[in-house]
Design a protein around this ligand. Structure first.
Ligand code: GLA
Length: 728
């Protein structure tokens, strides 16, 4: 059992295989204090960690403020003495904002509850144990349930919060974060992932110093700019050594994550829905559920944290038929044709693709309504038969006859002002009455917080999806939310719109995957603008970035892989000069880089130079040879091009440690330099391994500690794979 309660000391102890987490109920006021989170320890009562001299209960009530401002808290509340970042804030009918939580009772049980309307990790009774701490503000009659689940085989603890109004009055929630972590400050560093369109998830590592370091999104999506994730680590921690704490929010909308050094040099880290522009009207007897935060502890560096997230998300977040399956190699026509295609053009691409071993054709933007460019048509999800002569079924059947599956693009959350949908229902767009809303890519955002809007959009999609043999959907979302207003909400509830929008999105995707369980869903948001654990609950893969240049992708994929499994990372071979930056890279290198993810093509295969086209069957075979390993194995970062600016190297090792694949990309040739040495990771010291390329046999120890020489290659942007197999 992963969770124990020591009644005498009133301490809860949550254990994962290598970590312990302790919560203590403090004295007669029943505060819920945080005692410890770190390497696994045997003790079950370490309350002394909360008892700094100035916090002694006898000092109170004379100095309750300094007590509350310094005690490590599990879930701090606003307005009663804790001046650090708090998690819960209210507004009462009389305008007050203070609240305070005291422990009332608890339950511990096997398994893990789902969160109504929200994505979350899941586990069977044998996988996990859950603790619900029920607490209340007796003055407000507001109940909060702090939910913790520990996974038996992974160093992961999830947290979520449910707030219930037991009073007769309406209470407004103005801030409900999901998790708080009070740690003693050991001179920590912080990693966050920042970026912009076409440059998502760059790694930013810096020292945590005095004050607050916050990342957030107010764009309505998790965003290209920041990722709902942060890792706090010892200053000298690296890929393989040192303590690391990861916090990741299973949510796809506005968030905040913050690390703060307090006056006593403690560290408080919080994560949750961004409180800016958030208010939730909680009527009597109603409840509000905050999204899940996933906490991962590693005593063995960033790499171990990464592998825990990968295993957790592959096994306990991603669902559906493709969860554990190889994905079909697809060819997408976006960079091949943009909006300029018709049935014949798509069939030409499909014919050539089928001949080369590609398994699915994806028809991207432009097949519906009036959509010759990105200025019109969104919302009119009816086939444009002047482009697709003979209709969609004809095209799909012809593609199927060639032995290819067929996939299609939608952007369901959007409407173009120049569309029949908008002309019919202008009030269906999110807007502030009287204000001309800001356009993004010449489009507006639909108010999918409203059921009638979701129903109509979904019924249009349903018609398309049920009318032909469609086996894949790319679900796009190409602008941020602005001019926040819904005609269905009043002054009291407008502050709910951002969150209701995300709930509407989850509802729509849930409907689709329930009605069409065979469809492979790939999420996308102008590339990787909504690459988060929330979306992974609905789609096993997400388009990583619109940037398809193999070299830029190295950095983007490195940041993405720090949290998310390789199986989830949409990655395609595209044409050169790259549509993203004009760079020319060898076709082989583009294949190696795409091999890290789902693998596919984003080009016009009929116009590809002969020599490159001839390489496709080899790349297809490479994908089939290695994808099981890449999709299911343990990922190790060996060298970071983000850091060294010269080369990129990572490895995937099978769970049984019998097979490994090292991908090495030499971004820059080093003149007068024979070889670079890289050090394999994750192998068995005494096992003998054969390097497929040379046939040489070495022990795992030799490959890991003495290293492998990779000859300098003549030219930039060259790559190679090293396949390592245990000798039987
Ligand atoms: C977004 C996506 C692209 C493509 C276009 C189509 O930018 O990220 O992959 O689908 O939209 O308009």
């Amino acid at each position: 059992m992963g969770i124990q309660y020591n009644e005498k000391s009133r301490v809860f102890k949550l254990d994962t295989p290598k970590s312990s987490y302790m919560i203590g109920i403090v004295d007669e006021e029943n505060f819920i204090g945080h005692i410890y989170f770190g390497k696994k320890i045997a003790d079950s009562d370490m309350r002394y960690l909360m008892r700094l001299p100035e916090q002694l209960p006898s000092e109170r009530p004379r100095d309750r403020v300094s007590f509350l401002d310094t005690i490590p808290m599990e879930y701090s509340t606003h307005g009663v003495g804790d001046f650090r970042e708090t998690c819960l804030r209210v507004r009462t009918n009389s305008g007050h904002s203070a609240c305070s939580l005291s422990y009332v009772s608890h339950v511990i049980y096997k398994g893990k509850p789902t969160l109504p309307g929200l994505p979350s990790t899941f586990g069977k009774e044998e996988d996990c144990t859950t603790l619900e701490l029920i607490c209340e503000d007796a003055v407000l009659k507001l109940r909060a349930v702090l939910v913790y689940t520990v996974f038996e085989h992974l160093d992961a603890i999830t947290r979520s919060v449910k707030v219930i109004n037991d009073s007769e009055d309406t209470i407004y929630l103005t801030k409900v974060l999901s998790a708080c972590l009070d740690l003693d400050n050991k001179d920590y560093d912080l990693i966050t992932l920042y970026g912009l369109w076409s440059k998502e998830r760059m790694i930013n590592r810096r020292r945590i110093t005095d004050g607050k370091q916050r990342i957030s999104s107010l764009r309505g999506v998790s965003s290209h700019q920041e990722q709902p994730f942060m890792a706090i680590m010892e200053h000298d921690a690296n890929e393989d050594r040192g303590e690391v704490y990861g916090m990741n929010l299973v949510y796809s909308g506005n968030f905040m994550a913050q690390a703060e050094i307090t006056q006593l040099t403690q560290l408080r880290a919080v994560i949750g829905i961004n409180p800016e522009d958030f208010t939730w009207k909680l009527e009597s007897s109603c409840e509000f559920v905050a999204p899940e935060a996933v906490l991962v502890y590693s005593a063995e560096g960033i790499g171990e944290m990464t592998r825990t997230y990968h295993d957790l998300y592959r096994n306990h977040l991603i669902r559906g038929e493709y969860k554990d399956k190889k994905r079909p190699i697809l060819i997408n026509n976006w960079e091949a044709t943009y909006f300029n295609f018709n049935t014949d053009k798509l069939l030409d691409i499909a014919k050539e693709a089928a001949r080369l071993g590609i398994e699915m054709l994806v028809m991207d933007d432009g097949w519906f309504g009036k959509r010759e460019d990105d200025n019109s048509g969104l919302g009119d999800w009816f086939v444009n038969e002047s482009k697709l002569k003979g209709g969609l079924s004809y095209l799909v059947n012809e593609v199927n006859k060639l032995g290819l599956k067929f996939g299609i693009w939608f952007e369901p959350e959007m409407v173009s002002p120049d569309s029949d949908l908008y002309r019919e229902h202008p009030d269906w767009a999110i807007h502030v009455p009287g204000r001309t809303g800001a356009l993004g890519r010449n489009q507006l955002v639909l108010d999918i917080s409203r059921k009638e809007v979701r129903d109509e959009i979904y019924s249009r999609m349903y018609q398309i999806l049920s009318g032909s043999n469609i086996e894949y959907v790319k679900w796009d979302m190409n602008r941020s939310l602005t001019d926040i207003g819904s005609v269905s909400l009043d002054a009291d509830t407008q502050g709910e719109l951002y969150h209701r929008f995300v709930l509407g999105l989850y509802d729509l995707q849930d409907r689709m995957i329930t009605d069409f369980p065979h469809i492979l869903l790939e999420n996308c948001s102008s590339g990787g603008g909504r690459f988060d654990p929330g979306m992974l609950y609905y789609s096993p893969q997400i388009w990583t970035s619109d940037n398809t240049d193999a070299i830029d992708r190295l950095k983007i994929q490195e940041g993405t892989m720090m949290i998310y499994p390789l199986s989830a990372m949409g990655a395609h071979v595209a044409v050169c000069p790259s549509h993203s930056n004009g760079r020319i890279t060898p076709f082989e290198t583009r294949g190696y880089v795409a091999l890290a993810g789902t693998f596919g093509y984003e080009l016009d295969v009929t116009r590809l130079p002969e020599e490159e086209r001839n390489l496709i069957p080899e790349q297809v075979a490479m994908y089939h040879k290695y994808n099981d390993l890449v999709r299911t194995g343990d990922y190790y970062r060996i060298a970071s091009y983000q850091n060294n600016q010269e080369y990129d190297c990572y490895e995937v090792v099978s769970k049984d440690k019998k097979e490994a694949l090292v991908t090495f990309i030499q971004v820059q040739c080093r003149p007068n330099y024979r070889a670079r040495r890289i050090y394999a990771k994750g192998l068995l010291d005494d096992c003998l391994y054969r390097l497929e390329e040379t046939g040489e046999v070495y022990s795992g120890g030799a490959l890991m500690y003495a290293g492998i020489n990779i000859d300098n290659m003549w030219g930039d942007y060259l790559g190679k794979l090293l396949h390592i197999m245990a000798v039987k």
